[in-house]
Design a binder for this molecule. Structure first.
Ligand code: MN
Length: 262
């Protein structure tokens, strides 16, 4: 048929063009060098010489039930929602030190959110909750720092609230502890104190979506890969900090993490 021939010719042409393009891309990749260097983002690993290279930062929103009665068995729980922070927003905080954390620009209502962070050594799509923890390399304590006034203002206008979440130093993070040594975190006390007064105090078993379920749900929306980290949500009682405040984060089974707002 005439139309078949025409389609065949077009298809052959497309294949030839694609081949030429990929050959030329390969040639360019072999010779082209970056015009400047961009810093690679890594996280120290406790007890290991190597560091953990970061690909993406995912965060889950509203993942702790306000009351015990709302715990995970509720079949009507809403699907989890996710957002991302830029990888270079990470501020590494060493164990046993109080790291200076700069109060960011534009906000007058800067909030703490203490969270368990899971770090992936592998990934995939449509991962089942039963297999999800096989992809977790380790865990860390994190702070999902938030310019709450900007987040709320943007949310009120139905605009993206990236400016409230995705800014420099917004992803405060302790070192990673390999799950091979700590086991997987499904329960345990998590808390945050400001200047010695406890503000957030809960247990990981109150998470609406477990880390395994978070990995599974995320992998429906994105192809997860080695180097992805997941901030797993914060308990109730988030609140403001000001310059001079010292924040102390605790998670049962890990060393404390502390920063001072400067
Ligand atoms: Mn958060």
């Amino acid at each position: 048929m005439h139309s078949m021939n025409r389609r065949a010719i077009l298809a052959t042409g497309a294949v030839a063009l694609a081949g030429a393009a990929s050959r030329s891309n390969v040639a360019e990749a072999q010779t082209a060098k970056p015009i400047f260097q961009v810093a690679e983002v890594t996280i120290p690993i406790v007890g290991e010489a190597g560091v953990f290279p970061v690909r993406r930062i995912y965060c889950i929103g509203r993942n702790y039930a306000a009351h015990a009665i709302e715990r995970g068995s509720d079949p009507n729980r809403e699907p989890p929602f996710f957002f991302q922070k830029p990888t270079d927003a990470i501020q590494n905080v060493p164990i046993g030190k109080v790291a200076d954390h700069p109060y960011p620009s534009l906000t007058k209502n800067y909030h703490h959110e203490v969270e368990l962070v899971a770090a992936l050594k592998s990934g995939g799509t449509n991962i089942s909750p039963e297999k999800a923890l096989d992809h977790v390399y380790g865990y860390a304590l994190g702070l999902d720092m938030t310019r709450r006034d900007l987040q709320n203002a943007m949310a009120g206008m139905k605009k993206p609230w990236e400016i409230g979440k995705s800014f420099d130093h917004a992803a405060v993070l302790g070192p990673i502890h390999p799950a091979s040594k700590t086991g997987h975190f499904t329960k345990g006390a998590i808390s945050l104190a400001v200047n010695g007064t406890v503000r957030q105090n809960s247990d990981l078993d109150k998470m609406i979506w477990s880390v395994a379920e978070q990995v599974a749900k995320l992998s429906e929306a994105f192809e997860l890969k080695a180097g992805d980290i997941i901030y797993s949500g914060t308990p109730a009682n988030v609140g403001p900090v000001v310059k001079g405040d010292v924040l102390l984060c605790k998670l049962e089974g890990l060393p404390d993490m502390s920063i001072k707002i400067v």
